[in-house]
Design a protein around this ligand. Sequence first.
Ligand code: ADP
Length: 286
Amino acid sequence: MLAVMSILSAASQVQGPAIQVQGLEKSYKELRVLRGVDFEVAWGSIFALLGSNGAGKTTVVKILSTLLKADAGTARVNGFDVAAQAAGVRESISLTGQFAAIDEILSGRENLVLVARLRHLKDPGVIADDLLRRFSLTGAGTRRAATYSGGMRRRLDIAMSLIGNPPVIFLDEPTAGLDPEARIEVWQAVRELAGGGTTVLLTTQYLDEAEQLADRIAILHHGRIIVNGTLAELRQLLPPARVEYVEKQPSLEDVFLAVVGDAVEDDKDGGPDSSSQDRKTKSSRK
Ligand code: ADP
């Protein structure tokens, strides 16, 4: 079912980049937040918009998702102009913010079925079960969402945003406020999205998040994109590292995950084995 929907949505995609932003400006009264923002996001890629708190990341996402009008500049999403073709943009996207849009009284599965019904899709139960499986929530599917951990909620929220298969997803600070273990769970969910062909624009103020997830990283600073490239390209901006002998100490995050990981209940299908796998993958990257 979802595979068929992928093909349908891929067919509706247009030539050119998934997102194209040129000369975007926005002020809140005297506060000039965006002063000419330009970037493009390729289809099926993960693009991280990185910036400090208050840099204007959410403002960009709000303009791209038609919630806010820019003062100047143009932006196209899935080929639709955000100002002139807002309905086309809204049909092409899903927006997941920091505060999950989950009904806590319902189970995870019921939340998914509800959204599928609201979108008038066929076989809501099949769609829900497929998403629960993809986001490692099958075991918790019938439990009330109120009992979910922060990471499980965020994963359920991302799964809900995939219903209807929008080609472009905006994730505004997807791991803000989550503990390290939950962040890794959400990162896996984001990789899962991109692996399925969805174009992801995520905002973050965490450098390691951009490093872990993004195909391209753009740094928003003082209202403009000051750097935009792959991680390798960004690294080349600095002089090559000198080779020195250093004794590698585990980071606090390594210690936290090693100690806490074993004590965490098996509250997800992936279970403790999958989180220890995460640790192996993460530490092997270092
Ligand atoms: P970020 O997402 O990077 O943290 P935001 O886009 O939320 O940044 O905000 C950029 C700046 O604009 C901040 O200084 C914020 O306080 C200000 N701002 C955001 N929304 C409004 C608003 N509706 N009215 C006035 N100022 C705002």
